[in-house]
Design a protein around this ligand. Sequence first.
Ligand SMILES: [Zn+2]
Length: 306
Amino acid sequence: MRNGRFTFDESIGGTGNSAFGRGHALDLGVELPQTTDRLVGVDLTHIIHTSDVADAKGGPGGGGGGGGGGGGLTFAPYTAGSSDGAAGFDITIEFKGSSWTTELHDIFVSAADRLVSLIIGEIPNVTVYGLKGGPKVVDDILITAELGNIDGLYGILGQAGPTSVRTDSSLPATATMKFDIVDVNALGLTVFSEVVLHEMSHSLGFGSIWDRLGLVDNGLFTGSHAISEYLAMGGSGNGVPVEQDGGSGTAGSHWDEETFGNELMTGFINDGPNYYTAMSAASFADLGYTITSDVQAWADSGYSLV
Ligand SMILES: [Zn+2]
């Protein structure tokens, strides 16, 4: 089943010898916001392994991508969406760690811009307590993006997912996305941009809140919006096949790889391009978001690859 994928199974020690030098060490512990009457601090993150991503070397821009600039840049938070606090869905990203380049920053910005063109409806602001820096009003999700060293080349690529959800709707208010800069550089910008869009989708709830919402039954996703698009794609049955293999972090929170292959939201990033179907787009309506009315047009418009 895994034939043709780069298995990253060589054991190579060290923390890289790129121009980035010694990045700061990332802590895989998760900082959870305080639970209040409106918010539940909960670790819905998962560990991402380099073996979840196919060979980056074949893709355009693969290989040495991301090496420019030497890293070390800092960026102000970015808000995608209306940012007026009144209408529309907003994603705010805070950039942490020591290994940022403009190219890597822009990958997160592009993914957030892409997702706020899908999710268009405002959800209630919520005040998040217990984080460094004091209480924050979150409109509508705050994602902390972090690059640094985890375990050197191969092995753990990163960790991502929600760290709190709203009590009433289960929609995430905070999320973390952290990646091992050595692996990011090895993947290259094109593949990494697919990884970021995939993981940001988890951070908004794809896969990560399915169980909380009771959306998976007998290995099938039962949300009506996604099913409708699945049937339109030629699928059949009472639900969308969900991945059963791959262990925790993969099984139960993705579309089935053997059914959907290069769909971006399967559990494996294949040799590219990987693409978002209308089915994945529609599944955000099943989570409770208000989304664009024409998911097929949204999917067809593609997404920004650097
Ligand atoms: Zn995933």
